[in-house]
Design a protein around this ligand. Structure first.
Ligand code: ADP
Ligand code: ZN
Length: 433
């Protein structure tokens, strides 16, 4: 078992908790005294640093919302003078006006350290040749992983997104054995390779993929791993807390959140009440060491749960479950709550289905109606209308059986839905609110 920073990664759970308490106390003290934004907020809620007596006291602190970042756009929440800032990024703006995030040199160092630990846990280090196919620029993915991969001593090829044929050529010529990109881009790249007569499994050296920045299901992982002959690891992060930061370890059972960097809670998305480990809810994060844009109890909007048991890998740092989606991605179809990732899970269990799908939600009178548009795999696609009707009904039945929702299913020819180089856009919501 390889560790990047064994001293911190193998710290016993109780010592880690003590360390988190000290860092939390220091953070509240720093913000109370030096951040006009948080000082105002703490005063409004009658909070002083003396109120923090243990880690659990984090729940006394007020939440921070994405709206706060938008209302204080572009820089009123920054906690250091501009002279201290060495970089800015901008969030992808999936859910509205993008927000700007800032980094001091120390923030960049900590982000890089976090990824160095995570990449090592995924088996990437000196000797690996890694292609970074995340967007470089305002998006955090490219530069974040770039710094992390260089830190562990891997040879980095900064391809960014796009020009997929050239990427495949480089992958072959440079004997690339690892890649970081969105799961949808990984699938797109594999298809493109196949069209060029290249099998990622047999004709390249690719062995490890670090996939994230969007929800994907366990079934999709299994299909990617089997078809491409690789190990695929989930990576999670958001620009508000630097960018991609945390991954699974070799156990592939939950994403380790480095506890010296971030304190995590899961709360009921409606009431804000703190939930127990094992209960599903919204992830709330407190950044323990960030300087330029510290976040107190930030509501990520992402749905997950905290795992209770210790990981077999020996790291006591808490794990979260694969992100199910954003709270605002949840669809309510005739009263039943469903996440696109659950639909994906059911679809990917059906052998005849390809990897691309789209969900169209519209209003049918007073009721919501959902159509699942899904590509059939090349092998299964048939001119025989009866075969296609049977497949369609099978998918409908499965969705009904597993998720208890009634959907329309539309089968499409392979290659007919749009492909994505960054985050996939899968929901077309035609309802008017
Ligand atoms: P934006 O919020 O504008 O899309 P980001 O690029 O910072 O900007 O995206 C962060 C979001 O992407 C997270 O809050 C989460 O919803 C999603 N995300 C990132 N990584 C994953 C992952 N591994 N699984 C599921 N969702 C993810
Ligand atoms: Zn582990």
């Amino acid at each position: 078992m390889e560790y990047w920073n064994p001293r911190i990664e193998k710290i016993p759970a109780d010592e880690l908790r003590k360390m988190q308490y000290k860092l939390l106390k220091m953070l509240v003290y720093r913000l109370y005294n030096f951040s006009p934004y948080y000082r105002r907020k703490f005063k409004k809620h009658n909070i002083t640093p003396d109120d923090i007596k243990n880690c659990e006291d984090v729940s006394k602190l007020p939440f921070t919302y994405k709206k706060d970042l938008r209302d204080n756009y572009p820089d009123k929440m920054f906690a250091v003078p501009q002279q201290e800032i060495v970089r800015y990024h901008v969030s992808s703006g999936t859910t509205g006006k993008p927000t700007i995030v800032a980094y001091t040199q120390q923030d960049i160092n900590l982000w890089t350290e976090s990824l160095a630990r995570s990449l090592t846990a995924c088996g990437i280090g000196r000797g690996n040749i890694i292609q970074i196919s995340y967007g470089y620029g305002l998006f955090t993915g490219g530069l974040g992983l770039h710094y992390g991969a260089e830190r562990v001593g891997a040879s980095v090829i900064p391809t960014g997104t796009g020009n997929t044929e050239r990427q495949i050529e480089l992958m072959q010529d440079m004997k690339v054995n690892s890649i970081a990109c969105t799961p949808s881009y990984m699938i797109h790249m594999a298809e493109k390779a196949e069209n060029l007569g290249i099998s990622i499994k047999n004709d390249t050296n690719l062995k490890i993929a670090i996939l994230g920045a969007e929800p994907w299901s366990e079934k999709t992982r299994q299909r990617i791993e089997d078809e491409l002959g690789i190990d695929a690891y989930d990576i999670y992060g958001m620009s508000e807390f630097n960018g991609p930061m945390f991954t699974e370890c070799s156990e592939k059972s939950g994403i380790h959140i480095w506890g010296d960097h971030m304190l995590v809670e899961v709360v009921d998305p409606k009431t804000g009440e703190v939930l127990e480990e094992g209960e599903e809810g919204e992830l709330v994060v407190t950044t323990l060491q960030k300087e330029a844009l510290p976040l107190i109890r930030y509501r990520t909007g992402d749905i997950t749960e905290l795992y209770q048991d210790l990981c077999e890998c020996g790291r006591a740092h808490q794990r979260i479950a694969r992100i199910k989606g954003r709270a605002d991605d949840m669809l309510i179809i005739r009263g039943i709550n469903v996440f696109p990732s659950q639909i994906e899970y059911v679809l990917m269990q059906t052998r005849e289905v390809g990897k691309h799908f789209q969900l169209v939600v519209e209003r049918d009178g007073a009721l919501d109606k959902m159509t699942v548009r899904v590509e059939v795999s090349t092998e299964a696609f048939s001119d025989k209308i009866n075969d296609m009707i049977a497949l369609k009904n099978r998918i409908k039945d499965r969705l009904k059986h597993f998720l208890n929702i009634n959907t329309e299913v539309e089968l499409l020819e392979p290659g007919s839905l749009p492909r994505f180089e960054g985050k996939a856009k899968r929901i077309i919501d035609k309802r008017e609110f």
